[in-house]
Design a protein around this ligand. Structure first.
Ligand code: FAD
Length: 395
């Protein structure tokens, strides 16, 4: 049985960040990484944005060559046994560990349909497949009005393809944005030539003559390809099999330890207590995977410090873009400080008059200030918020 001082399951963003931190804190420890994909770690955000705007695939890789970790790619871990501190891979081979990190990310939620023209979009291979299909004048159905749906619809439309979006809610981005902004986005996407249908939940089926999108009331639409972005389920099966505590994700403490000794978790798969928000949260964003992976690596190598980072994320939708910090839940009270309605400004998300989240809409270089505002956690008036986060003037 091989043995690694540090064994990491998953070769994604959190894993790469953890490897780097482990090497920094422990120059001699052996690191073994098992990744189900055939690729070494790469950035996922460009798969729905920059790669469609001319960025080369060469620019998405994370350079792990100098870390001195042993990468086992195309290898899936099938089980964990915390009792014997070992895992078993898909060839039935056992590997022992000193410390284990579960960084398995998540899998796209699926509808009933499957087939080679229905893409549940998550990986570089999915990107390559879609890019290939998008080189032909096909009709694309995009199911889901969250990030993946909005970004892929924009990417395909920018290639000049026919795109029809099927959204269960009345607007786009409804899990994050207030109603008026979600409605504006529908209007804005239509202006860009995307057909947006808000017809409730749909199913997709691949048939001989293409894709059929079926609405709940039995109406059918035809397409050639479907891209489905209806959410993510954390990959918790290994943790469940090993009897770790799992709720919405693998539950970790402030030092990213799971309920089993010497087993840690980080990234999309893990939930942690965010003290400022006063809640256990699981975050599906790159900067969290990066920071949490790093914190887990340091913790595993004997340099623990509490992890309590506020969520941060960003997106590009045609020529609109935003960055966001903290908790963005449209059920909260919101205050919009628009410089130009729906084009440029800041939306604050408040609880008991305290700012809990900020959406910086086409407003740049204000993330740190927004973070500070949330961390202050004191009651603020609307007057105080007006103009509080202006875009930095270029020097
Ligand atoms: C198209 C797309 C666009 C995105 N855009 C943004 C964005 O603009 N901004 C942002 O903040 N975030 C974005 N994200 C989210 C961000 O990429 C994720 O939050 C991040 O990748 C999470 O990192 P992770 O390491 O936790 O998981 P992942 O990067 O998913 O890596 C997990 C890896 O573990 C592997 N794995 C799973 N189970 C096993 C097993 N049993 N054995 C071995 N390996 C296993 C998986 O195959 C996968 O390669 C985007 C994601 C996608 C898919």
């Amino acid at each position: 049985m091989s043995f690694f001082d540090y064994l990491i399951i998953g070769a994604g963003i959190a894993a790469e960040s953890a490897m780097r931190a482990l090497r920094e804190a422990d120059p001699a420890g052996t690191i073994g990484v098992f990744g189900a994909e055939l690729h070494s770690p790469y950035d996922r955000p460009p798969l729905s944005k920059a790669l469609w705007k001319g960025t080369s695939e060469n620019d998405i890789w994370r350079d792990v060559g100098s870390i001195g970790a042993r990468l086992h790619l195309g290898r899936r871990i099938e089980s964990i046994d915390p009792g014997s501190a070992s895992v078993v891979d898909d060839r039935g081979i056992a590997h022992g560990y000193g410390k284990l990190l579960i960084a398995t990310g998540g899998s796209p939620r699926r509808l009933r349909g499957s087939g080679d023209r229905i893409l549940y979009y998550r990986t570089l291979d999915d990107y390559r497949r879609l890019r290939d299909l998008a080189s032909e004048p096909l009709r694309f159905a995009v199911v889901g009005g969250g990030f993946i749906g909005m970004e892929i619809a924009a990417a395909l439309r920018m290639q000049g393809r026919e795109v029809e979006m099927f959204v269960a809610e009345d607007g786009l981005g409804t899990r994050l944005f207030p109603d008026d902004l979600s409605s504006f986005l529908v209007h804005y996407y239509r202006e860009q030539g995307v057909v947006v249908r808000t017809l409730g939940r749909v199913e997709v089926e691949q048939r001989d003559r293409g894709i059929v999108v079926l609405t709940g009331s039995g109406v059918r639409f035809q397409a050639d390809v479907a891209v489905v972005g209806v959410g993510l389920s954390p990959n918790v099966e290994l943790a469940q099999g090993a009897c770790l505590t799992v709720g919405d994700g693998i539950e970790v403490d402030a030092f990213l330890r799971t309920s089993a000794p010497d087993v840690y978790a980080a990234g999309d798969v893990a939930s942690f207590h965010q003290a400022l928000l006063g809640a256990r949260i699981r975050v599906e964003h790159e900067s969290n995977a990066d920071a949490m992976g790093r914190a887990a690596g340091l913790s595993m190598a004997g340099q623990p410090s509490p992890y309590h980072r506020l969520p941060f994320f960003y997106s590009d939708l045609f020529d609109l873009g935003f960055e966001a910090v903290g908790e963005l839940d449209p059920r909260m009270e919101t205050f919009a400080d628009w410089k130009e309605p729906f084009r440029k400004g800041v939306i604050y998300y408040l609880a008991k008059d305290r700012v809990r989240g900020a959406l910086l809409w086409n407003t740049w270089d204000q993330v740190d200030n927004a973070r500070r505002l949330i961390e202050e956690a004191r009651p603020v008036s609307r007057n105080e918020l007006e103009g509080r986060l202006p875009e930095e003037e270029a020097a």
